[in-house]
Design a protein around this ligand. Structure first.
Ligand code: BDP
Length: 601
């Protein structure tokens, strides 16, 4: 799917700004009731989550549908063009109404969807745009929500009679099976864009390297009549290769490869024309491969230094915020990091563009977090999730396939792999094959494994890279770093025998900024720094460990509960991006660790 860009043949109209908004009270079920909406209308900013824009607790606690609306005038000079309405992300489910009629629906809160406006809207005219948004999570959504009555993250005191009785008085609410606040709404930008009626619908670029040449296999999907012409432009704008036809192979002599920063993240552009249409697709020439214990980028063994992140900031919630994205890129460099995982959902497309540009490596994750965790029955047989999971993987790859920064797909975070090991293996191995079959660049595929009985788990070992989240010293063996290191070391002995590269995709300790101790105990800045020093020493002893991603880049908001005071505090940085002691520790450590060749064998 192409990102909407304006150029000599295409225009983009932003619909971001102030919209009207109201929360449902459960009576409208996602259908438009104009009397209901007009009697409750409030202002709301788009893009952003609605939850923290208002100070009435109903917004934060809302469960169910909410309604957005605005009037749109389509410029008269769009006349004669194809018009497309594009939502970058509406969380979690959306129904779009134009002049009161349903024009489109979408399931899933983190990927874009489009609605063709042909025959619905005309250039030069005004229309009413209304969007119904549902924030409910369940066993058939990604991320997963629990059904009432099950254990969940903000845990109730199960089994106490008066607590069970009190639950009957409780109003309906989301019970997320994940540890980040269930921010909802029109979280990313909304636009109308134009193309000619004969148009370029998709571009796929598959780079490879032959000696000093870059080989570029391309495919251009089109609608209508016309001839495809392609040129490859250098970053400086020179034509370095050209050709014609809807697919083909081009060669760039003496190609400059895309390498992670502080190497050279060099980008080329595939400039495509078709009939009266034109689109420029950036790409990088780089290769990715798992060989033995190593993760190779451009044939050299890469070491992942970075974190799991979140799209999370005060007031905006999970709303798109380009300024925070730029700041985070700056902090990634400040820390001498080179990578991050889009935990636990696909991020805004602009972030991947920044990563391409800045030379930051991405592990691109679907929103499949919490599949089966805590389930009494086999989740792989009882939850209706497989089809949606496939749809999300397909759409994620369609969106992100051309980014050189994306080097691996993560199908999920922390599914249950321990209690129903054979079912889990069947599910994850078949989804692994499916993911590989869809990616034109055939990048490595994995999912991120929960702290569990790793001997019982049959699925994690089948992935291209073993990715583990481990909290020895925090949730287990709390505060005892000697025992934590011993337990981790035992576990690493196990994985070493599997013969695959391993990334520690999460490890961490909640830390209150400003809480200092001479004797490092849990929650202090000294404990967090010491915890990382000790665990990293274990990782350093193992050549098959090819990456360290502390959890998390920054503190983030989550559901209230006994484990969380003002959110999850495991950030190296505070939520407003100030460094804790551990950030300074990693900055020093990572500036001494090269991107390539850190592990010797
Ligand atoms: C891991 C989850 C992550 C949580 C983290 C934690 O993958 O989403 O935020 O634990 O507890 O299990 O901090």
């Amino acid at each position: 799917m192409l990102y909407p860009r304006s150029n000599d043949k295409r225009s983009v109209l932003s619909l971001d700004g102030i919209w009207s908004f109201c929360l449902d009270d459960g009576s409208n079920g996602g259908s438009i009731n104009n009397d209901f909406i007009s009697s409750r209308r409030e202002i709301i900013s788009v893009p952003a989550s609605y939850n923290d824009q208002k100070d009435d607790p109903r917004f934060r606690e809302h469960y169910g549908w909410a309604y957005y609306e605005r009037h749109v005038t389509v410029p008269a000079f769009f006349s004669g063009e194809r018009l497309v309405l594009r939502f970058d992300a509406v969380t979690h489910n959306a129904r779009v109404f134009i002049n009161g009629a349903l024009a489109g629906e979408h399931k899933g809160g983190f990927l874009p969807f489009e609605i063709e406006l042909e025959g619905i809207v005309r250039a030069g005219e005004d229309f009413l745009l209304q969007v119904a948004v549902d924030n409910r999570v369940s066993h058939s959504t990604l991320p997963v929500g629990n059904e009432e009555g099950m254990a969940f993250f903000g845990s109730d005191n199960a089994g106490v009679p008066s607590v069970e009785a009190a639950k009957r008085w409780r109003k309906k609410r989301n019970l997320p099976n994940f540890d980040f606040f269930n921010y909802a709404g029109i979280n990313r930008s909304v636009r109308i864009y134009t193309t000619p009626h004969d148009y370029i619908s998709d571009i796929t670029v598959v780079p490879s390297v032959n000696g000093t040449s870059g080989i570029v296999d391309y495919t251009v999907a089109t609608a209508g009549e016309g001839e495809v012409s392609v040129r490859i432009l250098s970053r400086e704008g020179a034509v370095v290769a050209e050709g014609s036809g809807a697919s083909g192979r081009l060669e760039i002599a003496d190609a400059r490869l895309w390498n992670p920063w502080p190497g050279d993240p060099y980008l080329y552009t595939l400039d495509v024309t078709f009939a009266g249409d034109h689109y420029s697709q950036r790409f990088g020439v780089r290769t990715v491969e798992v060989r033995g214990h190593q993760f190779l980028i451009n044939g050299r063994p890469f070491y992942f230094k970075g974190f799991g992140k979140h799209e999370d900031s005060a007031v905006h919630g999970r709303g798109f915020d380009l300024t925070y994205d730029v700041k985070d890129m700056s902090l990634i460099r400040w820390l001498s990091a080179n990578s991050f995982r889009t935990s636990h959902y696909p991020y805004a497309e602009e972030m991947y563009d920044l990563a391409d540009e800045e030379g930051v490596v991405i592990i691109d994750e679907t929103p499949a977090v919490g599949i089966g965790a805590g389930a009494a029955q086999d989740p792989y047989r009882t939850f209706d999730i497989r089809q949606h999971h496939e749809d999300v993987i397909r759409d994620l790859i369609a969106r992100d396939k051309n980014h050189p920064s994306v080097v691996m797909w993560s199908m999920a975070n922390e599914p249950d792999t321990e209690h129903f090991p054979q079912s889990a293996k069947d599910y994850w191995c078949s989804l692994y094959e499916y993911t590989h079959s869809l990616d034109p660049q055939d990048r490595p595929v994995t999912f991120v494994c929960c702290q569990n009985n790793y001997e019982a788990d049959l699925a994690t070992r089948e992935m291209d890279v073993v990715c583990i989240n481990r909290y020895y010293g925090w949730y287990n063996l709390s505060g005892d770093l000697d025992a934590a290191c011993y337990a981790l070391s035992m576990e690493l002995d196990f994985w070493q025998k599997i013969g695959k590269p391993l990334i520690m995709t999460e490890y961490g300790a909640d830390t209150l900024p400003g809480y200092h101790l001479t004797s490092p105990e849990m929650f202090s800045e000294e404990f967090q720094a010491l915890y990382y020093e000790r665990i990293n020493a274990e990782l350093d002893k193992r050549d098959f460990v090819v990456g360290e991603h502390p959890w998390n880049f920054a503190d983030f908001n989550t559901i209230q509960g006994v484990y969380r005071a003002d959110g999850n505090r495991k950030g190296l940085l505070t939520r407003d991006r100030r460094p804790k002691l551990a950030a300074h520790y990693f900055r020093k450590r990572w500036s001494a660790i090269p991107d390539f060749g850190y592990k010797k064998k």
